[in-house]
Design a protein around this ligand. Structure first.
Ligand code: GLC
Ligand code: MG
Length: 519
C-alpha cells in the first residue's frame, strides 16, 4: 500500500505550524506499524506556496520550511531502514513563475530560455491566443506587459506551463529525475501527467454543451487539445525507461481520464509507460453497490494484461472519504480499498476517518477555492493537520497550525484510536496484516459474485485459496449469499466488532471470508 503524506500537515517539528521532514521522520514508527509499503510525499521543494508546493522554484532542493537536503537524506535512510520505500512528487507540467528558468524566459523575447515556456502573440482582437481555460478558473493565458506576449498556464498564473516540445526542457527535467534517483528515491508520483504537452498550433478547445453553472469554469470546455496528446505518451515512456535503468523503481501518473484512455498510459509491452496510472474512480463514483460493481468490472476489464491495477480513495485534492460516505461506510471503504485487486493508495488521515472539517472563511487558503468560491471545491478541508493525540494542537505542533484541526480532534486522533481495538485505525491495521498474509488478497484473481441488493461481493483467488469479500453498502440487514457448493471455512475479518454468526450481513457490515468447497 502507498500512503500519501501531505508534508505541510503531517507533523511539525520546528514550531512554525507547518509540517516538515524531521516531523515525518519522527512518525515513521507509526507508518511502519500501520503496515504500509511506500510513502508518497507531496512536493517538498522550494516554492512560493501559491499552490502549496505544486509551484516549484527549484526542482533539486528542499524548501527551508520542510528542511534541507541533509535532512532529506536522513529521512530517506530512515524510511529505507524500516523496509519502506519513498516516492517523491514530480511536477513536470509547470514550474513556479519564481523558478530561475521562468525569470529568464520572461526577461526578453531573445532570451535563450524564452521558449522553455509557451509564449504566444495576442489574437487579432488583442485577446488571449486561444480559448483555453485554467483548471483554477479564468483564461489559461497571462499577458506579460514588458515583452508584449501571453504565456500559458494550465493552473495559476504563477504556475507557467513548461514547453515539452523543447529538447532542452526535456533534458533538464530528466536530469531532475536522475538527481533524485541518484540520491536513492524509489520513484515518483507524476503530477498532471496527461497535461504535459499541448497540441501543435494550440487550437481552441471545443465547448462542452453539458456545462452548467454549478460546475467549474474549466469544465466549460473539453480539454481536447490541451491534454492527453499522443506526444505525451512518448514522454511518459522516456520517464519509464529512465526509471527502469535504475532498477526497481516505481512511477505513478496522475491522470484523470476514462478507462480506455487511462489504460494507454501503461504503454505497450515493448514500450512501457507508468506502472500505475492513478485510478480515481472510488473517489468519483456514487457510493452504491450497483454502480460500484459496474465501475470495478469496467476498470478491471480495461487494465491491459501486462498492467497492474490500482485504487485511490482520497487525496489532498478530493473531499475526505468519511465526509462523503459517513462514519459507518468509511469502514466499508477501508475494506474495499484493501481487498480489491491492485495497489491501494491511502491518504493521510483517512485511516482515522477524518470527516468534514469546518474552516472559517478567513482561514481558507486553497487558491482553487479562493478563485472560484461558492462551488464547494475547496481542498483545505482535506489538508488539515493530523491530530496525533489529546495534547495542545493535537501533538501536531506546539503552535497554532497553518490550517485548523478537525473539530473532533480531542476524540478523533491517532492515540485515541490506537487505544481502542474497534477503531478505524485498528481496522486498517488488521486489513493490511491480512493483505500481507494472504496472497489471494495481494495478487489473486478478481471475480464478482452475485449478491443481494446493496451488497457488493467478490472473490479473490490464488492457487487453492479462495476468499470472498462481501460489503453491505446499506444500513439494512442483508442476506449473505455464498457461491454454490461453497461454505465459510473462516471469517478472517469483519468491519464490526461482533459478527452475527449467521448467513446475514449486519447493516454497514463488511466481511472477508475464507471459503471451502462443500463436501
Ligand atoms: C495536481 C495536484 C494539485 C495541484 C495541481 C497543479 O492535480 O494534485 O494539488 O493543484 O496538480 O499542480
Ligand atoms: Mg515545521
Amino acid at each position: 500500500m502507498i500512503y500519501q503524506i501531505y508534508p505541510r500537515s503531517f507533523q511539525d517539528s520546528d514550531a512554525d505550524g507547518v509540517g516538515d521532514l524531521a516531523g515525518i521522520e519522527s512518525r515513521l514508527d507509526y507508518l511502519a506499524e500501520l503496515g504500509i509499503d511506500a510513502i508518497w510525499l507531496s512536493p517538498i521543494y522550494p516554492s512560493p506556496m501559491a499552490d502549496f508546493g505544486y509551484d516549484i522554484a527549484d526542482y533539486c532542493e528542499i524548501d527551508p520550511m520542510f528542511g534541507d537536503l541533509a535532512g532529506f537524506d536522513r529521512l530517506l535512510a530512515a524510511v529505507h531502514g524500516r523496509g519502506l520505500r519513498l516516492l517523491l512528487d514530480f511536477v513536470p507540467n509547470h514550474s513556479s513563475d519564481q523558478h530561475p528558468w521562468f525569470v529568464e524566459s520572461r526577461s526578453s523575447r531573445e532570451n535563450v530560455k524564452r521558449d522553455w515556456y509557451i509564449w504566444r502573440d495576442p489574437a487579432p482582437d488583442e485577446g488571449p491566443p486561444n480559448n483555453w481555460i485554467s483548471d483554477f478558473g479564468g483564461s489559461s493565458w497571462q499577458w506579460d506587459e514588458s515583452t508584449g506576449q501571453y504565456y500559458l498556464h494550465a493552473f495559476l498564473k504563477s504556475q507557467p506551463d513548461l514547453n515539452w516540445r523543447k529538447p532542452e526542457v526535456r533534458e533538464a527535467m530528466m536530469a531532475v529525475l536522475r538527481f533524485w534517483f541518484d540520491r536513492g528515491v524509489d520513484g515518483f508520483r507524476i503530477d498532471v501527467l496527461w497535461h504535459i504537452i499541448k497540441a501543435e498550433g494550440l487550437p481552441d478547445n471545443p465547448i462542452n454543451a453539458y456545462w452548467t453553472p454549478d460546475r467549474t469554469q474549466r469544465d466549460r470546455l473539453i480539454q481536447l487539445y490541451s491534454t492527453d496528446q499522443p506526444e505525451a505518451h512518448a514522454i511518459s515512456a522516456e520517464f519509464r525507461a529512465l526509471a527502469d535503468s535504475y532498477g526497481d523503481r516505481l512511477l505513478i501518473g496522475e491522470i484523470c481520464l476514462p478507462n480506455d484512455r487511462l489504460a494507454r498510459w501503461y504503454g505497450t509491452p515493448d514500450r512501457l509507460q507508468v506502472h500505475l496510472p492513478f485510478n480515481f474512480q472510488l473517489i468519483e463514483n456514487a457510493w452504491d453497490a450497483a454502480s460500484l460493481r459496474r465501475t470495478i468490472v469496467a476498470y478491471e476489464e480495461s487494465v491491459p494484461w501486462f498492467g497492474w491495477p490500482n485504487w485511490v480513495i482520497g487525496s489532498h485534492d478530493a473531499p475526505r472519504i468519511a465526509a462523503r460516505v459517513g462514519e459507518a461506510q468509511a469502514r466499508i471503504a477501508a475494506m474495499l480499498l484493501l481487498t480489491l485487486r491492485g495497489t491501494p493508495t491511502l491518504y493521510q488521515g483517512d485511516e482515522i476517518g477524518i470527516g468534514e472539517v469546518q474552516i472559517a472563511p478567513d482561514r481558507m487558503r486553497d487558491p482553487q477555492h479562493l478563485r472560484q468560491p461558492g462551488l464547494g471545491i475547496g481542498r483545505d478541508r482535506s489538508r488539515t493537520p493530523i491530530p496525533w493525540d489529546e495534547s495542545a494542537n493535537a501533538g501536531f505542533s506546539t503552535v497554532d497550525p497553518w490550517l485548523p484541526l478537525n473539530q473532533d480532534w480531542q476524540s478523533r486522533n491517532v492515540a485515541a484510536q490506537d487505544r481502542s481495538s474497534n477503531s478505524l485505525l485498528c481496522l486498517y491495521r488488521s486489513l493490511l496484516t491480512l493483505r500481507r498474509s494472504h496472497d489471494a488478497l495481494a495478487i489473486g484473481d478478481f471475480t464478482l459474485v452475485d449478491a443481494a441488493d446493496e451488497v457488493l461481493a467478490y472473490q479473490r483467488r490464488h492457487t487453492d485459496e479462495c476468499l470472498m469479500i462481501a460489503l453491505n453498502l446499506g444500513d439494512k440487514t442483508r442476506p449473505l449469499t455464498l457461491p454454490t457448493d461453497t461454505c465459510v471455512a473462516e471469517v478472517l475479518c469483519s468491519t464490526l466488532a461482533e459478527r452475527p454468526m449467521d448467513d446475514t450481513l449486519a447493516p454497514n457490515e463488511g466481511v472477508v471470508l475464507r471459503l471451502r468447497e462443500k463436501r
